[in-house]
Design a protein around this ligand. Structure first.
Ligand code: CS2
Ligand code: MN
Length: 352
């Protein structure tokens, strides 16, 4: 397991100097943020980012994310150009030594929450999703815009994109994903890059838009589209874990070799469909993080792992879900579990 940390580049309040001081941190997960979705990331920009990270003694081997242009998800004729550009990006990233590219196939919106600073009993705050509130929201009203979203909606604005999705069905979206994968996976194989699809967050349809990467059956389906080491998964415990029917340790044991990137986030599921994000410690939420890491250990996971969203604690302010302190605590907690699993496995710690 290689412990990594997400970094949003020079605009991030969390610095590379902060990150390198987290014990056991080996690498940074990042992306180029100032190039519009669908355009080509130049070799120059990629190498500049890589050098910046490596100068601090950290590796840069995972990109999260190379966003997929809406025209590809919509299956429009214009997708050809965007798929070509996507392939160029994969080639360039491969040349720069990137091993894993994370992406998602969610129509229009990335992760969705109803509140960015939900107060937890200990006075910290985190992202939360209140089913009743989301159901009443009108995405066209503009009342909702979350930091993870790309809001460059093109000429027709957000309303225009939503209109384009009016006829979209779950099956059609699967067809468009299949088409995309048939084009990009052979390129990724040649480039030595492993593609890793991130599950939909939350894993159910919102605002009438279909969502397809939601459970074990969808992971099976995506992997069956093309059997290749380059067609793999980002397994996000927090995204899948808000649906109580998703058994994470079971999924990890089943698809272990296809999981290239692990996101560990804990969530507190109140009622089906409403949750808040919490500290990584198992007892703080609904997920058993030890069981999850044990499953990774048992399948011999040697991919990349990162603490996913954390709370805001100790008066920190910044990008919701992506502060320094709580994610650093999460990484340290997980490193402790991992060290214990290794020592138990080697017989260095006796159970009696
Ligand atoms: C989120 C997403 O769960 C997460 O990691 O913060 O923004 C995620 O990075 C994208 O959906 C991956 O493409
Ligand atoms: Mn995630």
């Amino acid at each position: 397991m290689k412990m990594t940390f997400r970094w949003y580049g020079d605009d991030d309040k969390v610095t590379l100097d902060n990150i390198r001081q987290i014990p056991g941190m080996v690498g940074v997960v990042s992306a180029i943020y100032d190039i519009p979705v669908g355009e080509i990331w130049s070799m120059e920009k990629i190498l500049e980012l890589k050098n910046k990270i490596e100068l601090k003694g950290l590796t840069f081997e995972v990109v999260e994310s190379v966003p997929v242009h809406e025209d590809i998800k919509l299956g429009l004729p214009t997708r050809e150009k965007y798929i070509e550009n996507y392939c160029e990006n994969i080639k360039n990233l491969g040349k720069a030594g990137i091993k894993v590219v994370c992406y998602n196939f969610m129509p229009v919106f990335d992760w969705t929450r109803s509140i960015l600073a939900y107060e937890l009993p200990d006075g910290s705050n985190s992202l939360a999703y209140e089913k009743n509130k989301v159901e009443k929201m009108d995405p066209r009203s503009g009342e909702l815009s979350l930091p993870g979203w790309d809001t460059s909606y093109g000429e027709g604005g957000l309303g225009g994109v939503l209109d384009q999705y009016k006829e979209m069905t779950t099956e059609k979206l699967w067809e468009n994903l299949t088409y995309f994968l048939h084009k990009i996976i052979p390129i990724a194989e040649k480039a030595g890059v492993k593609m890793a699809i991130h599950p939909d967050d939350p894993p159910w349809s919102i605002f009438g838009l279909p969502r397809i990467i939601v459970n074990e059956a969808s992971l099976e389906r995506v992997l069956n589209i093309i059997d290749s080491p380059s067609n793999g998964l980002t397994l996000c415990s927090g995204s899948l874990g808000v649906a109580c029917t998703n058994n994470l340790p079971q999924i990890i044991r089943k698809y272990g070799e296809k999981i290239h990137f692990a996101h560990i986030r804990n969530v507190n599921n109140y009622e089906e469909g409403s949750f808040s994000e919490v500290a990584h410690l198992s007892s703080c939420g609904s997920l058993d993080i030890v069981e999850i890491l044990k499953a990774y250990y048992e399948v011999g996971f040697d991919g990349y792992l990162r603490p996913d969203h954390g709370r805001m604690i100790w008066n920190e302010t910044g990008r919701p879900g992506y502060g320094l302190y709580d994610r650093a605590l999460g990484a340290t907690y997980m490193n402790g579990i991992w060290e214990t699993l290794i020592k138990l496995g080697k017989g260095d710690i006796k159970n009696d």
